[in-house]
Design a protein around this ligand. Sequence first.
Ligand SMILES: *Cc1c(COP(=O)(O)O)cnc(C)c1O
Length: 387
Amino acid sequence: MVFIDYAMKHLKWVEIDGSAPDWNLRQLRSCSSEGGMLLCAVIKSNAYGHGSTEMASILPSADWFAVNSLEEGLELRTAGVDRPVLLLGHVLLERLREAVDAGLRLTVYNYETLEELARVLRTGEECRVHLKVETGTGRQGIMPEDASRFVRTAAGVPGVRVEGLSTHFANIEDTLNHSYAEGQLEVFGKVVRELEEQGLRPGIIHTACTAATILFPETHFDMLRTGIGLYGLWPSRETYLSARSGGGGVPELRPVLSWKTRIVQIKQLPPDSFIGYGCTYRTNRLTRLGVLPVGYADGYDRKCGNTAHVLVRGRRAQVLGRVCMNLIMVDLTDIPEARLEDEVVLLGRDGDESISAETMAEWVGTINYEIVTRISPFLPRVITGRG
Ligand SMILES: *Cc1c(COP(=O)(O)O)cnc(C)c1O
């Protein structure tokens, strides 16, 4: 874990507002009227670029954590995280032993996983599993008509405890029309009822990502499984508009992450100078150029070339030319007060100006999720604003 004075010695880093994640978590939890609702914080993929161990350390109100891979789960355990951790993705059969040893919960949807668990579990040992049901997202999950057979098979493996049942929605965040999600919920509800009738209902049913948490109380069941909202980002504009028009409260989400670097050279280029690979930008005036030590290797998208801007001393500076692997160049002509090693904001706020993940996503034609998740894990994550 890295604190603020350490970052001052870096050329590029990610700042994490230490008080925002738990605030966001409580905002999301308040979308549920149920008192004892569990909240599982999804911190897969380096916590959407925010740093998974860092995020785990500043989410005291999270009941559970979810990550994608075995490696991510082991990383949390090594960092001392002792709350329940659910693995959402596949664990290689030959590595199930490691998941059991680390007390990680598994998402299961393959009979082969159950068979291998039957082989590796020793007498008296327990492995908690969550069965995932395919309801229309067309990715991981057991087909709904096979769900009760699968649960019975799982429950019959000595040591396997079927603790949870889950599904995942395909398009809640993509549209103002939620009929497809309602259809998925109906399929899932049928599976739940069938299991109930057979006395097989697992204790923890969970389906709600952030958008479902905010928009669909019917999806909450026993646990919320939220990612993007914890980072202070809305799943989409459609989700925000739906929440606004829904009549209920709209959660106030606070962005958690800022991405910063420093100016490593400033120089004057005469008019008609080319900038960067491919000579895609040509100056049309005497230009004060700033060189910044960040590039696509850090997750700064190549499509930002000649398009994006950064913030220097609270003002916008346009990116000139293509994004290189480790460098970008910006126009400081109208910011004469800028100096060598000044802090530069790539993502986040500086004075009255800000660059949001949504703005950058528009520049490069993607979604806010991808913008933050692709920030290189090699950059230090620095926790600010607490204590
Ligand atoms: C990533 C993920 C989530 C979290 O989704 P958000 O939209 O970020 O809240 C929940 N469930 C599963 C299975 C996921 O893969």
